[in-house]
Design a protein around this ligand. Structure first.
Ligand code: ATP
Length: 354
């Protein structure tokens, strides 16, 4: 009997993240364009004799990852075991390359890779749809970590529509030492949205939904950042869409999807949007200067990924990404900048290493 299985799963970026009002179930409906990039989490699952789940974590940010039952990989193993009627007795070794609490869904990638590895070891015979259902119950980003590529996500992010992309896509990821907690960013969005619903935007310190904040303006490059980081100013966006801000957030980002289909990277760069970005900028003001610096270094567009704090800066080519990353790493900014490439797939087993 096979005793060990290895699987990998990629980080995700959000090229578009529209947020709707919190529903009675406590969740915000989302409309998001996910893209998988080549930062891979690697999970090794080994059968053991004693019942239970033992977690070991190595790599980037390992000390900040829980080893107990709250680890998303442990929850994934337990959820799959319940679904398949298996007794859990596994060691899970997580090798992280995705920064913890970085807005890149590292925990979700661990869960997706764990599902695949356990599924292979336990020979559950579950259909892909069953696995996707287990994934969706674990968290909003887990189904996408399984699927990968580029996709439109609706609902909590679990209803996925694959999107064609006509070109290679290269990013520079600016990572942070500190993380931002996703629930706190959504709570900040709730507070800001309450104010917006009463029509008060543009006040220093307040958030406007299309990505502009006083924090960003205070970064000292308001013109530059404003025209690229906030491709559509709130006033312009409200003229285009007379609906309430939350309704606007849930509209299909048709122009972005068309630009991806055409492989029109400059247009993709102009259309990067994240409704949570103002909240991330308010919590981590240093991000404003980094967004501006990425644009000044030649990025086609830059946006906070998910709930942040990682910034994704779109590059015209691999060479351009290498140049932009080198500029961002140098003084005075001295950012942690990594070149990453969009990948067509998602989580998959590493068969030759099992
Ligand atoms: P989200 O997918 O919610 O946007 P994120 O990408 O910003 O999250 P993650 O790295 O997935 O951040 O982790 C968020 C929190 O989840 C961490 O602070 C940690 O406490 C907890 N966590 C649970 N399991 C894991 C895991 N396997 N890897 C990383 N963090 C985990």
């Amino acid at each position: 009997m096979t005793r060990q299985a290895v699987a990998v799963a990629p980080a995700k970026l959000n090229l578009h993240l529209g947020v709707g009002e919190r529903g009675p179930d406590g969740y915000h409906p989302l409309c998001t364009v996910f893209q998988a990039v080549d930062l891979w989490e690697r999970v090794t699952v080994t059968l053991r004799d004693a019942p239970g789940v033992r977690i070991n974590v190595a790599g980037v940010g390992a000390p900040r990852v829980p080893r107990d039952e709250t680890n998303l990989a442990a929850r994934a193993a337990r959820a799959l075991a319940r679904r398949a009627g298996v007794d859990v007795a596994v060691d899970i070794e997580i090798d992280k390359t995705i920064p913890v609490a970085g807005g890149l869904a590292g925990g979700s990638a661990d869960a997706a890779a764990t599902l695949l590895a356990c599924d292979a070891l336990w020979e559950t015979g579950l259909a892909p749809d069953d696995l996707r259902e287990v994934a969706a119950a674990l968290g909003a980003d887990v189904p996408f970590a399984l699927m990968g590529g580029t996709a439109l996500g609706r609902g909590r992010g679990e209803t996925l529509e694959p999107l064609p992309v006509a070109t290679d896509v290269w990013w520079v990821l600016i990572t942070s030492d500190r993380g931002l907690a996703t629930p706190e960013m959504f709570a900040a969005w709730d507070r800001a949205h309450g104010r917006l619903a009463r029509g008060s935007t543009g006040v220093p310190g307040e958030v406007d939904r299309a990505g502009g904040t006083a924090g960003l303006s205070h970064a000292g490059r308001a013109g530059e950042a404003g025209s690229n980081v906030t491709p559509r100013g709130p006033a312009a966006r409200r003229q285009l869409h007379p609906a309430s801000p939350a309704e606007v957030g849930l509209q299909r980002p048709a122009h972005l999807i068309e630009a991806l289909t055409r492989g029109d990277l400059p247009e993709v760069g102009r259309l990067l949007v994240n409704d949570l970005q103002p909240c991330a900028l308010a919590a981590a003001p240093e991000l404003g200067a980094r967004l501006s610096a990425a644009l000044a270094a030649g990025a086609l567009g830059a946006v906070v990924s998910g709930s942040g704090p990682t910034i994704a800066a779109l590059s015209a080519s691999h060479d351009a990404a290498v140049r932009i990353a080198a500029t961002l790493r140098s003084e005075p900014l001295a950012c942690a900048a990594t070149v990453a490439r969009a990948v067509p797939g998602g989580a998959h087993p590493l068969l030759d290493e099992a």
